[in-house]
Design a protein around this ligand. Structure first.
Ligand code: CP
Length: 299
């Protein structure tokens, strides 16, 4: 694997190998060291979890980390991102972790600079967020390893969610028994990659083993896509009252950041069924596995 762009480039075997490796890192405190490798972080959209966990992952593997300050980079003088990435590769940087609003930009960069540097997609617009989907499935499989018998519900703004897209692909690749996408009609996606869609929360949640709540992405909504948040909360928020539809041991997950009191209540986010912080923890190990895989298996 030379680049990490989305889940559909991976076989079921590839996904399982990466999850196994990430779990190995989680159980062991002595990690392989790759001091000859360097990673640049190009985050054109804000991030806390993805950016910091990629940085910790690289440092755990003894890689050099460069965080390009984009407000002070030469792109402010008109340099194209392709030239920025080629310039960084020419300095000897091996891996570029990119988050950008433009869908498909990581693929464009693979075409223009992919011979010189490994490209990792850390989220491209509403298209894909594959490392998030990988850490999510790692978190599920730690608790409920037989995915074929599981019902997973993804609830919220599916249309604008790159996480939902990559999660559908990974659920398809791993053969999740039932995947239900729950969303008000205005936020339903134009394309469903896997599973079925419903606008009825109870239909999605009933007997669910895992409930993945999505953030309401106000910054991505078109003017005719805005909903009254009070009615959204009444019909779709993950409250204790709604969570009762799911199985008693249903896992509650959320990729973050959380809009508390909008799509999820405090007592659910912080409650005994919540795996939200475990997702964050697993993000470091999963990104270690992915970084290592790119530099060791792509020759
Ligand atoms: N889940 C996620 O991508 O979070 P950040 O935006 O904080 O990286």
């Amino acid at each position: 694997m030379k680049h990490f762009l989305d889940i559909d480039q991976l076989t079921q075997h590839d996904v399982n190998v990466l999850i196994k490796r990430a779990l190995h890192f989680k159980m062991n405190t002595i990690y392989p060291q790759y001091p000859h490798c360097s990673v640049v972080h190009l985050f054109y959209e804000n991030s806390t979890r993805t950016r910091v966990s990629f940085e910790l992952a690289a440092k755990n593997l003894a890689m050099t980390v460069v965080n390009l300050d984009l407000e002070r980079s030469s792109e402010t003088k008109g340099e194209h991102i392709e030239d920025t990435v080629k310039t960084l590769a020419a300095m000897g940087i091996n891996l570029a972790v990119i988050r950008h609003v433009q869908e498909g930009l990581p693929e464009v960069l693979v075409t223009s600079c992919g011979d010189a540097i490994h490209i990792l997609n850390a989220g491209d617009g509403t298209h894909a967020h594959p490392t998030q989907a990988m850490l999510d499935m790692m978190t599920v499989m730690e608790q409920k390893p037989d995915l074929s018998v599981l019902k997973i519900a993804i609830v919220g703004d599916i249309r604008h969610s790159r996480v939902a897209n990559s999660l559908q692909l990974v659920c398809a690749t791993l053969g999740v028994g039932e995947l239900v996408l729950v969303s008000p009609k205005v936020w339903q996606p134009k394309t469903v990659h896997y599973g079925r869609i419903t606008h009825v929360l109870r239909d999605g949640l009933v007997d669910a083993d895992v409930v993945i709540c999505l953030r309401v992405q106000n910054e991505r909504l078109a003017t005719d896509e805005h909903l009254d948040l009070a009615s959204y909360r009444r019909d779709y928020a993950l409250t204790r009252e709604h969570l009762i539809y799911a199985k008693k041991d249903a896992m509650v997950m959320h990729p973050g950041p959380l809009n508390r009191g909008v799509e999820i209540d405090d007592d659910v986010a912080d409650g005994p069924q919540s795996y939200i912080l475990q997702q964050v923890t697993n993000g470091v190990y999963m990104r270690m596995a992915i970084l290592e895989s790119l530099i060791t298996t792509s020759q």
